[in-house]
Design a protein around this ligand. Structure first.
Ligand code: CMC
Length: 428
């Protein structure tokens, strides 16, 4: 029997259905509340509001659990490849070896970007932030592939846009990097797999015989997999809401990239390294910085700490911390900011302020140290997050369309002036 919730407002009781998910999470369905009572609910920041029913990612913030399509993140991060996880997220099942090969072949046919798009790269000032460029370039794909504009594409057309975006994103990301150095771009090599191809376009010198260090390749797969989806976060909700107006895939993902850029979301990975560098230049030590983070009159926050949904360890942070130790050891790098990060983490985890608020290190706390060890400059970190998050955005956009979800349009409680008469300045 389905369960019912009662809400009593101004002495009148209203009954609402309760939805139970496959992991027994419960939600009160308030979608008809206004029809039966003229009342809406309000929840700034959607702290307690489910926007959709989704079958893609399960996250339990209290227990620190993250699964893609039912598969634990720990298993995928250790054994799987980024392309396999991409297929899993978008199409719902792990691919067979043949399906994966077919998927890889399809992607490899679309890795080039239109030569005219290179003019965009030349037009950006050399110091412009890579995230601004990425959002612009992904949005611009809709201009080069106008068939993506069809608001009601066939399954085949929709899939083609998906494949093109997956194929072109690594090329765009690497070219942003190469242009920032003033180097010539490296064209895709379609005999290389997805991650190798990306690394080759970024750092060069990779052939079929693979000269790149295995530590680098492993770390890249792990990082991309850990970022691949995270249910209804700020950027993913943006992709879904933009797509709900029937905007095309490229426009929707471009909006998601902009949402990711902020330092409270994906931009935190850049902010963490900048913070650790500041601490290092200031002479190290954690006490001063924890005090600043706790001071309500100081805007400083401990970047890479805290999460809207995790009130326990972020499972991704646990994996990344270990990967960080491994990759630095395998590459023989001694990065002093790693020691600062560890000292800060240890001190924060013992500090009552952080304990009371259940603030733990999140995915961004250690990821930047790995990206840096792999050779990426700090302002590329959030772009790499976007490269990893792409399959999640696509899967969520596709699910939103398949569910035929209505256009996203929240309501508000108006708190402004009541009606008043206009007094003319007679300026016409
Ligand atoms: N440093 C110091 N205090 C913090 C921090 C922090 N990093 N994070 C939260 N708090 C405090 C906050 O001041 C508040 O205290 P009080 O209850 O006394 O007012 C309490 O903890 C709850 O914080 P909130 O801002 O209400 O929580 P939220 O769910 O709205 O924000 C967050 C979540 C991630 C934006 C926030 O924890 C934060 O700003 N963290 C730093 C930025 C960061 O690392 N972002 C990356 C998130 S993970 C990557 C991703 O997927 O986006």
């Amino acid at each position: 029997m389905s369960e019912i919730a009662s809400i009593s407002v101004n002495g009148k009781s209203h009954e609402l259905p309760v939805i139970t998910g496959t992991e027994n999470e419960q939600a009160i369905d308030i979608s008809k509340l206004r029809d039966i009572s003229s009342i809406i609910t309000i929840d700034p920041g959607f702290k307690n509001t489910g926007a959709t029913k989704s079958a893609i990612t399960f996250l339990d913030g209290e227990q620190g659990i993250l699964r893609y399509r039912g598969y634990p993140i720990e298993q995928l991060a250790e054994h799987s490849t980024f392309l396999e996880v991409t297929y899993l997220l978008i199409y719902g099942e792990l691919p067979t070896a043949d399906t994966l090969q077919d998927f890889r072949n399809k992607i490899s046919r679309h890795t080039l970007i239109h030569e005219d798009m290179k003019k965009f790269f030349d037009g950006f000032p050399s110091k412009s932030h890579p995230m601004g460029q990425l959002s612009c370039l992904v949005g611009a794909l809709s201009a080069f592939y106008p068939e993506s504009l069809n608001p009601n594409p066939s399954e085949e057309e929709e899939n083609l846009s998906i494949i093109k975006l997956l194929a072109k994103m690594p090329t765009i990301v690497s070219w942003i990097y190469k242009k920032s150095l003033g180097h010539p771009v490296i064209y895709p090599k379609n005999n290389l797999n997805y991650v190798h191809n990306f690394l080759n376009m970024t750092f060069g010198q990779i052939t079929e015989d693979i000269t790149v260090d295995k530590a680098v390749v492993d770390a890249m797969h792990t990082l991309l997999i850990l970022h691949a989806d995270h249910e209804q976060n700020c950027s993913t909700s943006t992709v879904r809401i933009v797509g709900s107006s029937n905007a095309n895939l490229y426009a929707s993902v471009s909006a998601g990239i902009s949402a990711l850029w902020g330092p409270l979301h994906g931009g935190a990975n850049q902010a963490v390294i900048e913070m650790l560098e500041n601490i290092k230049n200031d002479g190290g030590g954690s006490a001063k910085w924890l005090a600043k983070a706790k001071d309500k009159n100081d805007s400083f926050r401990l970047m890479g700490f805290g999460h809207r949904v995790y009130k326990n360890f972020d499972p991704r942070a646990k994996i990344i911390k270990k990967a960080c130790d491994d990759v630095l050891e395998r590459l023989g790098i001694n990065d002093p900011v790693l020691d600062i990060a560890k000292e800060l983490e240890e001190a924060a985890l013992k500090d009552q302020y952080f304990v009371d608020r259940k603030l733990y290190p999140n995915v961004d706390f250690y990821s930047g140290i790995i990206y840096r060890a792999l050779g990426f400059p700090t302002d590329m970190f959030t772009v790499l997050f976007a490269l990893g998050r792409l399959p999640g955005w696509i899967a969520q956009w596709r699910e939103m369309r398949a569910n035929k979800e209505p256009i996203g349009r929240p309501r508000q409680v108006y708190m402004g002036h009541t009606t008043r008469d206009y007094v003319t300045l007679n300026q016409r």
